[in-house]
Design a protein. Structure first.
Length: 526
């Protein structure tokens, strides 16, 4: 299906844009660029072909950037910037050239026609073929190759963050570790089969069962702790906002039921956007917590991070606004509250376990008086601060269930806050929401591990599910004393995990049908 010994080319840049990018990769790349580009790149090629030297002045370059001109058919001359990436240090593992020119449909088309009319030396790349070559040349595993396309097509920050984790090899690292554990156990069982006539016991049945149970549990945690890319696109967002050290990360961890972020006494310890998928009685949402907001950012990086956080919160369906009850005053919190204007806001008190009931009651009154003017000024466009603060404690669990119910109710309200439903009477609107609640309960997901460890494609989920089934079946056969069938089932589980990342050293690469399905969804030029 995919050839590696020819040279491919394609327009890599989206249209429209200020610059057009033509990408070329393969063994004939350098020769063709020598014919097209001036100044000549022969000196670079000579340095690259020279045997390795310890003299850095003669060391072959891994990449080069050159400004010059492209001559097309001895007639058309255009300014161009040439990016050269030499094998094996390039994206595909082969020589790559990227020609950057100012966008002009006529020039771009003429350049592509010239490349493709080079007597069969260069052909048009197929969809995803540059990334396919990167995979086939061992530059990335299959999960990372899939992540390239997911990054390109990401429609929101959550999908992008999940794709970047996949591209960094997060899933491959997890499955590689499980595969290693699986192969260790399989090797001992097969060794016992090979020496069945000898009085040698490589692993007892109890030890094998214990190891396989652990492997099955790891696979089940991977599956239950994941979320699909489709959910990241479709689910509403709920943001947790507040001042630094307001207890936002602890609250997120408590709501999700897993340790998803670093919790520290130091201010501004949450540097990245932390996300998870929260399953409620009638809804599911992407729950996220970003770095604490501050009244006056100290530098440009803090300012940019704060602007991004505010934008994310403003685009959220619901915002949980956290106020630390143990603070001496809340002037900082009032200033921060003015920065965000969500459609639905839930005011929450954190760390309620750190004060007595008497102090808590008094401070609740103080908070309501302090924030009441802000709520009254914006009551037409906002909901939240006209209501009571909800006391919570991530330490004791106080108020967590009520907060989950409140988020659930607000998410239902967001579904019916469109112009055509705002005109409905209260009873009609309540009836519609009640109907949705009844319907959603029937199809409610029962996963008790909603925190998002990694996002999985449908192919990944199927492979993990089948591996779980094979390991489970191997345990049954092991208990029945059928060691040969046990080994066969474990080999099937191992192969399934190999196919996720198509790891070398397994029982072979993914078959061509899998590759074709994956890379056919890519754009040409990627």
């Amino acid at each position: 299906m995919y050839e590696l010994d020819d040279t491919i080319a394609a327009i890599s840049s989206p249209s429209p844009g200020q610059r057009a990018i033509i990408r070329i990769s393969g063994p004939g790349t350098i020769e063709k660029i020598n014919q097209l580009f001036s100044p000549p790149i022969s000196s670079l090629v000579a340095r690259r072909s020279r045997p390795g030297s310890q003299d850095t002045g003669h060391r072959a370059p891994e990449a080069s950037l050159i400004a010059g001109k492209i001559t097309i058919d001895d007639e058309l001359i255009v300014d161009a910037t040439l990016y050269l990436f030499f094998a094996p240090h390039s994206y595909t593992g082969d020589d790559i050239a990227e020609i950057h020119i100012h966008t002009n449909a006529t020039v771009t088309e003429a350049l592509m026609d010239h490349l493709l009319s080079s007597g069969g030396q260069i052909r048009m790349a197929g969809p995803g073929e540059f990334t396919a070559r990167a995979y086939l040349n061992g530059k990335m595993d299959l999960t990372q190759a899939e992540a390239v396309n997911e990054v390109i097509v990401s429609s929101n920050k959550f999908q992008l963050a999940a794709s970047e984790k996949l591209l960094a090899g997060r899933l491959g690292q997890t499955t590689s570790r499980i595969r290693s554990e699986l192969m260790d156990c399989l090797s001992l069982i097969e060794a016992g089969l090979d020496f069945s006539g000898e009085e040698i016991e490589f692993i007892t049945g109890a030890e094998a069962a214990d190891r396989l149970t652990q492997i099955q549990n790891e696979l089940e945690r991977l599956l239950s702790g994941s979320v699909s890319y489709e959910e990241l696109v479709d689910l509403p967002a709920v943001g947790i906002a507040g001042a630094p050290n307001a207890g936002k990360s602890s609250l997120l961890n408590k709501l999700l039921g897993k340790e998803r972020s670093i919790v520290s006494e130091l201010r501004k310890t949450t540097r990245d956007v932390l996300t998870g998928v929260l399953t409620l009685a009638h809804s599911r949402c992407v729950l996220f917590d970003c770095a604490g907001l501050i009244r006056a950012p100290n530098n440009i990086l803090d300012e940019l991070a704060q602007q991004a956080a505010i934008e994310a919160l403003r685009n959220s369906s619901v915002v949980v606004f956290c106020v630390d009850i143990a603070k001496a005053d809340w002037y900082e919190d009032i200033s921060i509250r003015t920065l965000i204007e969500p459609q639905f806001l839930i005011p929450v008190i954190t760390k309620s376990d750190m004060v007595s009931e008497e102090v808590l009651a008094r401070k609740l009154v103080d908070l309501k008086e302090l924030f009441a003017p802000l709520g009254a000024q914006r009551e037409k466009s906002l909901t939240g601060f006209a209501s009571e603060f909800l006391p919570t404690s991530a330490e004791t669990g106080t108020g967590i269930e009520l907060l989950r119910e409140t988020i659930d109710r607000k998410l239902l309200d967001t579904r019916y806050s469109t112009p055509d439903t705002r005109t409905l009477g209260r009873e009609q609107r309540a009836s519609r929401i009640s109907t949705v609640r009844k319907d959603s309960q029937g199809g409610r997901l029962s996963a008790e591990h909603p925190a998002m460890s990694v996002a999985l494609t449908a192919r990944h989920r199927q492979a993990v599910t089948e591996a779980i089934e094979n390991v489970s079946e191997s345990l049954n056969e092991l208990k029945a004393g059928n060691d040969e069938v046990t080994a066969m089932m474990l080999r099937a589980a191992y192969q399934g995990l190999c196919d996720i990342e198509s790891a070398t050293g397994g029982f072979g690469r993914a078959d061509e049908q899998i590759l074709e399905k994956i890379f056919s969804s890519f754009c040409i030029g990627k």
